[in-house]
Design a protein around this ligand. Sequence first.
Ligand code: GLV
Length: 309
Amino acid sequence: MAIVLIRQDGKTASWKNALKAKAPGVPIYNYQEDHPREQVTMAIVWKHPQGTLKAYPNLQCIASFGAGVDFIFEDPGLPGNLPITRVVDPVLASDMSEFVIAQVFSYLKHLKQYALDQEERIWRPKAYRRIADEVVGIMGMGALGTVLARDLTQLGFQVRGWATSKKTGLATPCYSGQEALGEFLTPVTILVCLLPLTEQTRGILNKPLFSQLPKGAFIINVARGGHLVDADLLEMLKTGQLSGAALDVFHDEPLPKDHPFWDLPEVHLTPHIASVSDQDSVVPQLLENYRRLQKGQALLNVVSRDKGY
Ligand code: GLV
């Protein structure tokens, strides 16, 4: 039994060292090195080249390095019937919450505009917004959304959630399904997308949805670029239906140099860094699943192939 790591972002060596440090006896390979493919039972992947998983005849589990698994389901060469796991981690959730809260306050207090003004030596006070003015709507009330909802509520924001399917036992009011989307959106001044990307949610941040928000609403997309219809956002910013957007994720990453988002002062652009898997926190759960696999026990954080998350 062995583990193969498949990612292309230059971080494989550091993940391999972190995993080895906690499990010195486990054979762990970078997919690019020479390795005995038939021994590999677990593949840990992040945006792996499509088709690479087919090279492992004895694979028993595919684990995502992160919270998202959309890129796994997008692989036409995905082996059938193997369990797929994702990261569910308190550090990932608190990092996400901190990032979104930073974007919310930057928006309320015009911090980006003042940074731009400073470059031009412009002294230009603007009326600011405050917590009491805002209703934050969170689309996606899973492991990340519920922590963000809790933290925003503690800060005094009015918070409401929306999920594709019904959620029970949440501390935050939560709407569910297409039929409740309009009611959810009506008072929302700041809309945060934390949905998993599936066939059902692809392109959900679109003109019909934006049109149901109060005029001047602000969008924060920290989920996947595929949720957003870029042209619809550009149009809604132009008409003033939306006052701005904080975008951390894009259809193509890195965002192509000629994309119109780069030039818009009302777009707050960050390079997919809202919440990044922390090795100290995530390595133990990846290894726990490897041990469970060895013992034939049920794995942690298995996603549903039917739902796609
Ligand atoms: C980051 O985008 C993740 O899915 O963990």
